[in-house]
Design a protein around this ligand. Structure first.
Ligand SMILES: Cc1ncc(COP(=O)(O)O)c(C=O)c1O
Length: 393
């Protein structure tokens, strides 16, 4: 990414004039085309009526599916819109016909809400949850995952690509190979990796992949998606409850699920936000995910390097491969006060609490961590400034 290109992307991003935004893992700053797509559709609705505006914009709305399919290398028929990553995740889980005694294998670093869903499946469906032990250097032990798969014949393996609470990039490709070998379903939480890393569902060999748009995709809040493979569509997996959009009421006592991934959607949604999510996807595609990935990793590596060797600050990220989330242990501050102090200096950052990373943080005796997550539109100058402010504080 050239200096001129970075400046161009910054000019497209009104937020950079106000704050140094290091909370892209929370919600990134939307670029102008995203903001304008949302505003234009709201105006269209105001003038024409909500249903009529949707008819006028129908072609563009349908492009949501084709654009996103291009981003993750699949077909429009394999994409479902959802209101969030968690919504997509729970809808996917609800479609798996678990039997009592079925095994789910996951990792210690999987997202908190996913862990809660697995525990609920344990409680209500009698599944057995197994977590893969970690390697000393961080991240799950791929050999241990294979051992568990061989012995327990899981129904599902679920892996979060980039955890919310660490810089770690988990080996989702390796887990995909294990799922293929032991013929089990594979669910990837790509909430923090989509828009940050190049993603290809064919390479991952996953059955489901979920994400939201507000994070590294730079889309609006309240939008997410689910990828469902042809294998699960052909097998007839259906979410717990469908509606007139995801299924057809064909006889008094019969219905039929639609054949594509729209069976995981429900009818109502904000089309302004769908169009915003589509604009965000097109924006990322135009820049190129290879360039975005390279820049995010460069900036986060630089940030970690600049923060080394401090007495009261410790970079917590560990793992063979690290991505765009930088987590820090900070002595002698309360989380809320530190976040507010940073904001008063023009820096947006977030706090991850132990409850979001229970196993990892409890093992390391951490109550919370400061999370800084640069994106490609951040600058080296901003990195220097944030380091200086942390030193001063
Ligand atoms: C790794 C990961 N998965 C899932 C989620 C949940 O996303 P949403 O809030 O869109 O449901 C998050 C949110 O931070 C996340 O970091």
């Amino acid at each position: 990414m050239t200096e001129a290109q970075i400046q161009e992307y910054r000019q497209d991003t009104p937020g950079v004039d106000h704050y140094m935004h290091f909370n892209n893992a929370g919600a990134a700053l939307m670029p102008a085309p995203v903001i304008s797509a949302i505003q234009k559709h709201i105006e269209l609705e105001a003038v024409n009526g909500g249903y009529e505006a949707a008819s006028i914009a129908r072609k563009q709305i349908d492009n949501f599916y084709t654009s996103l399919a291009k981003l993750i290398n699949t077909s429009a028929d394999n994409i479902a819109f959802s209101g969030s990553s968690t919504q997509a995740y729970t809808v996917a889980l609800s479609s798996i016909p678990f039997q009592k005694g079925d095994v789910i294998i996951t990792t210690n670093e999987d997202y908190v809400s996913n862990q809660i869903a697995f525990l609920q499946l344990e409680k209500y469906k009698g599944i057995k949850l197994l977590r893969v032990p970690d390697r000393e250097e961080g991240g799950f032990d791929i050999d241990a995952m294979e051992d568990l798969a061989r012995v327990h014949h899981p129904r599902l393996i679920a892996v979060t690509h980039i955890p919310t609470s660490s810089g770690l990039i988990q080996d989702v490709e390796g887990a995909g190979k294990i799922c293929k070998k032991y013929d089990c379903l594979y669910l990837v939480d790509a909430c923090q990796s989509v828009g940050q890393l190049e993603l290809d569902v064919e390479v991952l060999q996953c059955d489901f992949l979920t994400a939201s748009f507000r994070k590294f995709m730079r889309g609006p809040r309240g939008t997410g998606f689910l990828y469902a493979s042809n294998r699960v569509l052909k097998a007839g997996f259906e979410p717990n409850f469908m509606d007139l959009h995801s299924a057809r009421w064909e006889a008094e006592n019969g219905y039929r699920a639609v054949s594509n991934a729209m069976r995981f959607e429900t009818w109502e949604r904000s089309y302004a936000l769908v169009l915003g999510a589509m604009a965000a996807t097109d924006y990322a595609l135009t820049i190129g995910m290879d360039k975005i990935q390279k820049r995010v990793i460069e900036l986060s590596t630089l940030l970690r390097k600049q923060l080394e060797g401090r007495d009261h600050l410790k970079v917590l990220d560990h793992g063979e491969k690290l991505g765009g989330i930088v987590t820090l242990g900070v002595d002698k501050w309360s989380a809320g006060k530190l976040q507010a102090a940073l904001r008063s200096k023009g820096i947006n950052a977030s706090i991850v609490w132990q409850g979001s990373a229970l196993i990892n943080f409890a093992n390391r005796n951490l109550e919370w961590a400061l999370r800084l997550s640069p994106h490609y539109y951040n600058t080296e100058n901003e990195i220097e400034k944030v380091v200086r402010v942390l030193d001063t504080l």
